[in-house]
Design a protein. Structure first.
Length: 589
């Protein structure tokens, strides 16, 4: 404050000196600019000073024209970027925003606005990791400028970037900073938005009780509140309810979320809403609902051309199909996820989580080689996210077991278990520990399973607990009890429509994935037998499926729709008493 006053006084003093100097020069008949030469008659400035002033004026006008021309170029690039972004061509939009930012004389206001747009389209483009430095720059600018709304929005975007970059736990200090900024602003909307962001981060790292407590402090959300706020609130509330088995509340809130999301502009969040709805519906025992939700998530991601999300969701959908025993369709979607795009940390983990178990189950060495990534394990642990840690640990435990490295398996599973406090976050970890983990970890896993079965809507966890017991009994040589538990687990997974797990149980406990292998009289059929069981069209489709053709290829070969092939395949499997198309050959052996 004092320095400001001193500077003002000095400025006034210099101005007075200049005025006095010019007064004296005028009185002496000298140029009032240089105060040395005499100007021409009736002029106050000499020719040299006048020429220099004229030159400066010309240069200033030229510079102004250049500024105007360059500003027009900046505006043109930005408008082109906005136009192609509205058509979901994010990579093209990024090129236009980059071109605008390369204009040397761009002003700070334009630079900040366009940088923020660039960060957004890069996030939605092929390689969202490229958005990180731009998010950083914009965030720093807003934190310095003190713009609470913009700073909190960019902190939210930075949190998304950290999730992609396998640093989910690092979101927590950012979310706390957002709450502090919101509290300091006094803006009730920002306070709610910032707290919802923290609730979401706590859910991701498996701290559900803390999430529930913070959620209760947010207060009521009104129908007239901003759509983005409503979407975020009902989304995290549904996820919090899900962790405690409250299915009715979960479905009601997710349905409200997807309805309000139609009014929101955050397309990425729409896909996240549908995929999270699918995730929790799966764990609550409604896999058919989960399938519909993932299909809608994929539809939105495809429609709006969010390419890396399409890959992520193809993987999620493939995992769901794998659980349902629809292996060929699962393979097609998984190969689509693998087919193109940049290497992104979250996708590398995804590919390992599903790809390794799937490739081992299907005995596909080529697929296995593609899915093994040396960085995946440490990426998962660096995320601090139990779901990612558990999924990758299970996948690599199976991979190390195939290599015969039991010690590596036990160390990895024990390390993963230390990150899990809620068994919903890692469904398959208990089974791997029962089969191959440290015997001292078995009791902790059983306790986690039993805790979850005490909550409502625990059908999935009850099935897992029975399967867990079957695996423990088998490992300890109690074969009769193991078979009894396995048969009970089969019934439970059949009721859930998790037919892939039925196949897995038969493979783990009975040594065969053939559905009839546990029956006293194993059924074998010949091609001739099929004529008594299947229609002519079903015989054609079964024959082509045995030859290894996908549903799409069968449809092309027979000139029918792929959906029709899927319906026929379901009928074939029901009539033959099998759960997956790869069992067709066994049935006909």
């Amino acid at each position: 404050m004092g320095m400001g006053i001193e500077e003002t006084r000095a400025s006034k003093s210099r101005y007075k000196q200049i005025v006095e100097r010019r007064r004296r020069a005028r009185a002496a008949g000298l140029c009032i600019t240089c105060c040395k030469k005499k100007p021409e008659l009736s002029r106050s400035v000499c020719k040299s000073c006048a020429d220099r002033a004229k030159k400066r004026m010309i240069e200033r006008r030229a510079l102004m024209r250049k500024h105007i021309e360059l500003r027009a170029i900046v505006v043109a690039h930005e408008e082109k970027g906005d136009f192609v972004r509205s058509h979901h061509l994010y990579n093209v939009a990024a090129e236009q925003y980059h071109a605008a930012l390369r204009i040397g004389l761009i002003n700070n206001e334009d630079r900040l606005r366009i940088s923020q747009k660039l960060a957004y389209v890069l996030f939605l483009g092929d390689d969202p990791v490229k958005a990180m430095p731009w998010v950083n720059r914009v965030l720093e600018e807003h934190l310095v400028s003190g713009s609470a709304t913009e700073a909190i929005q960019m902190l939210n975007q930075m949190s998304r970037q950290l999730w992609i970059d396998a640093k989910t736990e690092a979101q927590l200090p950012l979310r706390l900073r957002a709450i502090e900024i919101a509290e300091a602003s006094g803006d009730k909307y920002l306070q709610k938005f910032a707290k919802i962001g923290m609730v979401n981060a706590l859910i991701l790292v498996g701290r559900y009780e803390e999430a529930r407590q913070l959620l209760n402090t947010i207060g009521a959300i009104q129908p007239l509140d901003d759509a983005s706020l409503q979407v975020a609130y009902y989304h995290v509330r549904a996820s919090t309810f899900a962790a405690f088995g409250k299915a009715a509340e979960v479905y009601a809130d997710f349905e409200r979320t997807v309805e309000v999301a139609k009014q929101a502009t955050d397309l990425y969040h729409v896909t996240i809403t549908w995929s999270d709805y699918a995730y929790w519906a799966t764990l609550l025992g409604d896999i058919q609902r989960a399938k519909i939700c993932l299909e809608r998530a994929l539809l939105v991601a495809r429609r709006y051309q969010i390419s890396w999300r399409v890959r992520h969701l193809c993987r999620d959908y493939a995992l769901l199909l794998f659980r349902m025993g629809r292996y060929e369709s699962a393979r097609e979607y998984f190969l689509e996820a693998l087919s193109s795009g940049e290497s992104i940390p979250v996708l590398e983990e995804d590919f390992a989580t599903l790809g390794i178990p799937f490739a081992l189950y299907m005995r596909d060495e080529v697929l296995l080689a593609r899915c093994v990534s040396p960085e995946a394990v440490e990426l998962a642990f660096s995320s601090g996210e139990p779901e990612r840690i558990g999924g990758v640990a299970v996948a690599y435990a199976q991979y190390y077991a195939k290599q015969g490295d039991g010690e590596k398996v036990r160390i990895l599973l024990h390390r993963a278990l230390g990150s899990i406090s809620h068994i919903d976050d890692s469904l398959d970890l208990p089974i791997e520990i029962a089969l191959r983990g440290d015997v001292n970890d078995v009791s902790k896993v059983r306790m986690l399973l039993e805790q979850r079965t005490q909550l409502p809507h625990a059908d999935v966890m009850e099935a897992y607990l029975v399967l867990f017991n079957a695996c423990v009994d088998q490992r300890q040589g109690r074969l009769t009890k193991s078979i009894k538990h396995a048969e009970e687990a089969i019934k439970r997974f059949e009721a859930l429509h998790w037919h892939g797990y039925v196949d897995r149980i038969r493979l783990l406990i009975f040594g065969s994935s053939d559905i009839s292998s546990t029956s006293p009289g194993r059924v074998h059929r010949t091609i001739a037998d099929l004529q008594l069981v299947l229609t002519e069209r079903e015989q054609q489709i079964a024959d082509l499926a045995i030859k290894g053709l996908t549903n799409r290829r069968i449809a092309e070969h027979l000139s029918i729709r792929e959906h029709t092939v899927e319906k026929h395949m379901s009928a074939i499997m029901n009539r033959l008493g099998i759960r997956s198309r790869h069992q067709l050959e066994n049935v006909l052996s």
